[in-house]
Design a protein around this ligand. Sequence first.
Ligand SMILES: *[C@@H]1O[C@H](CO)[C@@H](O)[C@H](O)[C@H]1NC(C)=O
Ligand SMILES: *[C@@H]1O[C@H](CO)[C@@H](O)[C@H](O)[C@H]1NC(C)=O
Ligand SMILES: *[C@@H]1O[C@H](CO)[C@@H](O)[C@H](O)[C@H]1NC(C)=O
Ligand SMILES: *[C@@H]1O[C@H](CO)[C@@H](O)[C@H](O)[C@H]1NC(C)=O
Ligand SMILES: *[C@@H]1O[C@H](CO)[C@@H](O)[C@H](O)[C@H]1NC(C)=O
Ligand SMILES: *[C@@H]1O[C@H](CO)[C@@H](O)[C@H](O)[C@H]1NC(C)=O
Length: 328
Amino acid sequence: MVSQDFSKNLFPLALVLLLLLFSSAEAHVTYGFYNDTCPHAEAIVIREMAKVMAKSPRLAGPLLRMHFVDCFVAGCEASILLNSTEKYVAEKDAPLNIGLRGFDVIDAIKVKLEKTCPGIVSCADIIAMVARDSVFLSQGPYYEIPLGRRDGNRSLASDTLGNLPPPDSNITLLKAFFTKRNMTVKDMVVLSGSHTIGISHCLSFSDRLYNFTGKGDMDPTLDKKYATMLKSLCKPHDLMSAVDMDPGSSGRFDLRYYKLVSKRKGLFVSDAALLHDSETKAYVERQAKAKTAEEFFHDFAVSMINMGKIGVLTHQKGVIRKNCAFVN
Ligand SMILES: *[C@@H]1O[C@H](CO)[C@@H](O)[C@H](O)[C@H]1NC(C)=O
Ligand SMILES: *[C@@H]1O[C@H](CO)[C@@H](O)[C@H](O)[C@H]1NC(C)=O
Ligand SMILES: *[C@@H]1O[C@H](CO)[C@@H](O)[C@H](O)[C@H]1NC(C)=O
Ligand SMILES: *[C@@H]1O[C@H](CO)[C@@H](O)[C@H](O)[C@H]1NC(C)=O
Ligand SMILES: *[C@@H]1O[C@H](CO)[C@@H](O)[C@H](O)[C@H]1NC(C)=O
Ligand SMILES: *[C@@H]1O[C@H](CO)[C@@H](O)[C@H](O)[C@H]1NC(C)=O
């Protein structure tokens, strides 16, 4: 009788345990993932990042973008860090990634982590931590991120096509890029706020100044004064000069991006496009008028965490690369 009762109760318990086991195998990333295996991992990353930012604060923008590019192209599995080989042109050498920098920063942090905890911390997690710390060290929010990503072994420049929104994307196209990744329209307008830090090459917006519809014209939606300033920085056919995306505050993670976009001073067609949808326009206008960055900072953390879960590899689906630029 007793044993019968026991087995009756045991069955659902076993089922629950089994389900828990399965759901944790499915679960992608978790908080405190390195607590036991490499408890100082996050401290090491932020310490190294503080040194990098003290010397080269302008790397914050590209290091933040690196996480976005990594996740949107084939998932957050560090494909962006792999070098091209004789057989393949890698993602980092794709035309849309021409402005991306800071690969050496990631590689150097990986070396530090390998000394402390060999074979434990993935390159994909380093990208995620570095992006978070780039924001924090630019006076943006600090937020906990779940970790436990593993690294992939494939990187193809051609994978960027159709996965990274080009800077001249209209609102329809922009939304399609995000919904394809299960990201919401809100995630899109919030993550666009990343343009509060960093620079862009003239290449990405030159047509707005000189040849918008292919008839030597200017984008009529661009603020005239701002356009004049941009033309002085990017002469016709100058594709490689760099300009701040958020002039006057491009080293500081703040609300100014939204103020600029609301005044038709967004740098890219894809920034201006945020005024062409009622939901994104309302968000831009609310943040442009906000007294504090509290709401944006909170939203940004939520959207970054969402983005950091795209196509994550866990368990045997991925590896821990020894050197972030090469497959093991
Ligand atoms: C990991 O460690 C941090 C800092 O000690 C602690 O706040 C957190 O609760 C721990 N998380 C887990 C899942 O153990
Ligand atoms: C790998 O790529 C990085 C950045 O693209 C470059 O600096 C480095 O020299 C490359 N390493 C090798 C061994 O080719
Ligand atoms: C948006 O851009 C896409 C791709 O260039 C184009 O096919 C589409 O017609 C554009 N939509 C609008 C509303 O302009
Ligand atoms: C998006 O979500 C749906 C439903 O939850 C899921 O089936 C699909 O695999 C997800 N796609 C991506 C790219 O994560
Ligand atoms: C403007 O764009 C059109 C169509 O793409 C192209 O044929 C023309 O050469 C461009 N003009 C300049 C000055 O770049
Ligand atoms: C790439 O990773 C997959 C999954 O871990 C593995 O099955 C495959 O053998 C790996 N390929 C190479 C070339 O390492």
